[in-house]
Design a protein around this ligand. Sequence first.
Ligand SMILES: NC(=O)C1=CN([C@@H]2O[C@H](COP(=O)(O)OP(=O)(O)OC[C@H]3O[C@@H](n4cnc5c(N)ncnc54)[C@H](OP(=O)(O)O)[C@@H]3O)[C@@H](O)[C@H]2O)C=CC1
Ligand SMILES: O=C(O)C1=N[C@H](C(=O)O)C[C@H](O)C1
Length: 251
Amino acid sequence: MIKIILNGARGKMGKTIAELVKSQEDVEIIAGVDVVGERGDFPIYDSIFKIDEKADVIVDFSNPQAFDNLLSYALARRIPLVMGTTGLVESHRLKLQDAAKTIPVFYSQNMSLGVFLMVMLSQKLARVLSDFDVEIVERHHNQKIDAPSGTAIMLAEAIQEVRSGAEFVYSRVDKRKKRDKNEIGIHSIRAGNLVGEHRVIFGGEDETIEISHLVTSRKVLAAGALKAAKFIVEKAPGYYTMKDLVDSLSC
Ligand SMILES: NC(=O)C1=CN([C@@H]2O[C@H](COP(=O)(O)OP(=O)(O)OC[C@H]3O[C@@H](n4cnc5c(N)ncnc54)[C@H](OP(=O)(O)O)[C@@H]3O)[C@@H](O)[C@H]2O)C=CC1
Ligand SMILES: O=C(O)C1=N[C@H](C(=O)O)C[C@H](O)C1
């Protein structure tokens, strides 16, 4: 049985993961962490340092503010970490990579396998259609605190890898300036309770290609996070991503 600590346990993703764990026989949540504690199916503490029982893996969907305590705890106890929180800055990412020398770290700004394939496909299109304009549009619920979404950044970074020198332009506002050929436009919409939608538009001369991905339930993302947890639990220290997980699932 894989023992999980769930960071951000009272949040939207935390609750979805806790519900999904109930239907899986090989995982259990031994404790949660959130800003406010409570006692339900498992205890939720207001600080991760209050958890004494040894866990096999920590799954985090919380807030970048939780990052430092989370990482210190995971490193001190040598616990593998699955990180789903978005809105991390460069210094967080460097610390994660550094931590991966000591513990297995799995990070993906989107836990959907479908989104991973969308990223791969977008990179391929950007390479082949090298003169097409690229615009990314993401739509999320009105409770989301970060913009652009982690997934939009992931898509843009994958495209940037094959478009050397391309710059990100967020929600273009200067009406007097034409679109630069070397831009990757990123647009964020926040409305209602929609879970998450990403579109990558490739605009060429007299033709447009659009790839889109729509999530209608957080169960998709929770399932991906649990797959990631099971994947890294026995791994050697290292930095793992959705590519490693998908490679391990492919025949
Ligand atoms: N990688 C992926 O596939 C996905 C990533 N995400 C990302 O995961 C994160 C959480 O998303 P979501 O569940 O929708 O957000 P929620 O706001 O619903 O949940 C986050 C929870 O974490 C709590 N929290 C805040 N600070 C801390 C802290 N220091 N320690 C522990 N818990 C804390 C929040 O409490 P309070 O409300 O009081 O602040 C809240 O209960 C976001 O960054 C989101 O973008 C979301 C979905 C999928
Ligand atoms: O906050 C969310 O809800 C989501 N966040 C992730 C992101 O920022 O890309 C993934 C998913 O789209 C849902």
